[in-house]
Design a protein around this ligand. Structure first.
Ligand code: URA
Length: 245
């Protein structure tokens, strides 16, 4: 089992959103904090998460070093940590403990589907690294028919002006004159990439939803806007592909 590191009491409480370090010092000065049952009057002590019991006003405060959530991002919400006018994906995670969470990669405002939210920078970096080639699977609806020539172009790789995409994997789910339904797997994650790829073959994406990212799959029990903590199994799979060899 991983050994827990000690950290300063004020950092412990600041990480768990009990205020700024100076606000916490004030709470401590007022004698509202106990560690292992003893009232503490100085921020200058270290505690070990999971070993020492910290309370604020008698309520025990557990410590989360890392948090991992899977969100089914709804349309209309931005993939940012804060925004002056729009609801963000972090606003969707109502019972988060940490204040330093961020989305791993971005989905457009009108895109729905799988988004990993965490504060694990090393994992995020590895998942987004172009070198790791993590597969991202999207369900796309496009405004017209989809023929074999378009499929072959996307499977070869198309030029988006500033770069040529890696070959995509295309599954045609439904074809129609007005609307076609396509599953597309890509290994990169450039700005508006899926929409730009379909544009490159003459089609507009009218609906886009991410279904998976590497081993992490969208949980169909989650309605748009719903989220949950990753299971041990999901977390283990992500660690396996992202931790350094
Ligand atoms: N590609 C896009 O065009 N938009 C997204 O949100 C994700 C991938």
């Amino acid at each position: 089992m991983k050994e827990q590191k000690s950290l300063r009491l004020d950092k412990y409480l600041a990480d768990m959103q009990y205020g700024t370090r100076s606000q916490i010092k004030e709470i401590i000065r007022k004698g509202r904090i106990t560690v292992d049952g003893a009232v503490i009057k100085s921020a200058d002590i270290k505690v070990i998460p999971g070993t020492n019991v910290v309370t604020v006003d008698g309520v025990s405060v557990s410590y989360a070093e890392f948090e991992y959530y899977i969100l089914n991002k709804p349309a209309g919400v931005v993939s940012a940590t804060e925004d002056n006018s729009c609801k963000t994906v972090l606003d969707c995670i109502e019972d988060k403990q940490r204040k330093d969470l961020f989305p791993v990669g971005r989905l457009d405002k009108d895109t729905e589907g799988l988004l990993l939210i965490t504060n694990d920078g090393q994992m995020a970096h590895a998942l987004l690294s172009p070198k790791k080639h993590v597969d991202k699977v999207y369900y796309a609806e496009i405004d017209g028919d989809f023929d074999s020539e378009m499929k072959e172009k996307l499977e070869r790789g198309v030029s988006l002006g500033d770069f040529v995409t890696m070959p995509a994997v295309i599954k045609i789910l439904e074809k129609g004159q007005e609307l076609s339904k396509i599953e597309i797997t890509i290994r990169e994650g450039k700005f508006h990439q899926v929409k730009r790829m379909f544009e490159a073959v003459g089609r507009n994406v009218t609906y886009l939803k991410r279904l998976s990212m590497g081993p992490l799959k969208l949980d169909e029990a989650l309605f748009p806007g719903d989220y949950r903590v990753l299971t041990e199994e999901e977390l283990g799979e992500l660690k396996r592909i992202t931790e350094k060899e």
